[in-house]
Write a protein that binds this ligand. Structure first.
Ligand code: NAP
Length: 330
């Protein structure tokens, strides 16, 4: 192998939105696998909102960032990881990673399924949407949903899964008129609005005038307060994420109808997908046949070139993606 390996390091802690100046691309020789390990060359990388949260302290400075990567074993000294094996690992924003067998998830072979889907609708993003609907919300047929951050990775998967699971009316929020059109024209939402144009409570009242049974919340803030106001009796909120606050930690506290939570017997529950990895096979069983038949589509924004991984991450934080954002090796 003559090429060098590239790794991204965080070099400083951001206040508010990060910029390219908070990162550095580091070049080094491609590592050699030691006995019991294998060398994986990255094919797709996931950049995620939680990376922004980790930049505040969890990521060590001047060290490689962690994150989900899909790659192929290109050299092996571990019999259970033969050359050519496709795997997902968490060793992050680097072109090459040396991994132990217990650190990886092997990618199954489902003919007709694109590789990128294993990091989007069949990966952690799809699993989050699936767990939100089936395990946390326990969605019942005909129930009406509101999804915030509806045009992103989790939001598009939530809309498409909910439709396949027999949900009733689907309402979504997003940050641009183009994405509103995408939600209703492509993803299958019945109504959508641009949350930047008016107070969320007013926009939601217009888009879902008869109320909602379930709110899948990727955003928090005003969206949460508005949705609690729109929930019917025994309605549920599934708290998935709080992206409205990752770059503005001093945002004002959410104002919501506390008494209404009691009077309408509402339930608010959050979860972390890492505690539901046992649902992965169930997700494959549910989603793969739909992907093959065309009833399910993997919504993705793909940025070409590992060197552009920071650009892709910043694009996502500013709403430049539709569906799951991925970086692809070229
Ligand atoms: P994503 O939705 O594909 O990308 C982030 C999106 O957030 C952007 O495209 C942008 O779209 C929106 N956004 C940015 N700033 C915003 C703001 N101030 N207010 C409202 N929307 C804003 O990302 P994802 O990976 O699917 O993640 C979505 C959410 O799920 C995040 O909160 C993430 O932390 C959470 N999550 C949680 C788990 C878990 O285990 N609980 C797992 C995965 C993800 P717009 O153009 O619409 O603004």
């Amino acid at each position: 192998m003559t090429e060098n390996a590239l790794t991204v390091h965080q070099t400083a802690r951001p206040t508010g939105f990060p910029t390219a100046a908070h990162f550095r691309l580091v070049e080094s020789p491609v590592p050699e696998p030691a006995p019991g390990t294998a060398l994986v060359a990255g094919l797709y990388w996931s950049v995620d909102p939680y990376h922004r949260e980790m930049m505040d302290g969890d990521f060590a400075l001047d060290a490689p960032l962690e994150g989900r990567t899909l790659g192929r074993v290109v050299a092996s000294r571990a019999p259970s990881l033969p050359e050519g094996q496709l795997v997902v690992h968490r060793r992050g924003w680097r072109t090459h990673a040396v991994v132990r067998p217990e650190e990886v998830r092997r990618i199954p072979h489902h003919p007709g399924v694109p590789l990128s889907a294993y990091l989007s609708v069949l990966g952690g993003t799809g699993l989050t949407a699936y767990v939100a609907l089936t395990r946390i919300a326990r969605l019942r047929e005909g129930e009406d949903l509101f999804v915030s951050g509806a045009a992103g990775g989790v939001g598009t998967a939530t809309g498409r899964f909910a439709r396949l699971l027999g949900a009733g009316r689907l309402t979504g929020s997003t940050g641009s008129p183009e994405k509103v059109g995408y939600l209703t024209g492509q993803v299958g939402y019945d109504a959508a609005f641009d949350y930047r144009t008016a107070p969320v409570a007013d926009l939601l009242a217009g888009a879902a005038p008869d109320g909602i049974d379930l709110f899948v919340d990727n955003v928090g803030g005003d969206h949460l307060g508005a949705a609690i106001g729109a929930l019917r009796e025994r309605g549920r909120v599934v708290r998935v994420g709080t992206i409205s606050q990752y770059n503005t930690p001093d945002a004002p506290a959410v104002v919501f109808d506390h008494a209404g939570v009691v009077e309408r017997s509402l339930r608010i529950e959050g979860f972390l997908v890492r505690d539901h990895q046992d649902a992965q096979e169930e997700l494959y069983d549910f989603a793969v046949p739909h992907l093959r038949s065309g009833a399910l589509v993997a919504d993705e924004t793909v940025v070409d070139g590992f060197e552009r991984i920071v650009e892709a991450f910043l694009l996502m934080l500013h709403g430049g993606n539709t569906g799951k954002i991925l970086v692809r090796a070229v």
